[in-house]
Design a protein around this ligand. Structure first.
Ligand SMILES: [Zn+2]
Ligand SMILES: [Zn+2]
Length: 133
């Protein structure tokens, strides 16, 4: 049984990893993994755990009240900030030193502590900026 749930979790992680630029709702993940027989509640439990571990990131759906999940990479991702391109969806992992610099500025000027685990900076990546001219 335990073995079984590990297999499901791996299938879930693999699925999100294969689509690193996309965000999925619990419903969409459950549907995509229908073959594995994973239940909606099991998907929910697993994405919460994977979010906790820094493997995936949770987003609030724009104009909606669902959560969406996207693969980011793993434990090291708990310690740096991420940039997300609104045009192509890719996530850029900032270097830890650079994240610290940015966080230090917020702290110095605003006495504001940035929580890397919850923070995504939205914008346009270099490739998409180049395409736009
Ligand atoms: Zn990262
Ligand atoms: Zn882009």
């Amino acid at each position: 049984m335990r073995q079984y749930s590990t297999v499901k979790r791996r299938a879930l992680t693999d699925f999100l990893k294969q689509h690193p630029k996309r965000q999925f709702s619990v419903e969409e993940i459950t549907e995509a993994l229908a073959d594995t027989g994973i239940s909606r509640s099991a998907v929910y439990r697993n994405v919460e755990k994977l979010t906790e571990d820094g493997v995936i990131r949770r987003f609030s759906e724009e104009g909606g009240n669902r959560f969406l999940y996207q693969y980011v990479g793993g434990a090291p991702c708990l310690f740096h900030l991420h940039l997300k391109c609104l045009a192509c969806g890719r996530i850029i992992h900032m270097k830890e030193a650079e994240s610290r610099e940015l966080s230090a500025a917020a702290l110095r000027y605003y006495d504001f502590r940035i929580h890397p685990k919850q923070t995504i900076l939205y914008g346009t990546c270099a490739d998409c900026s180049a395409k736009k001219g």
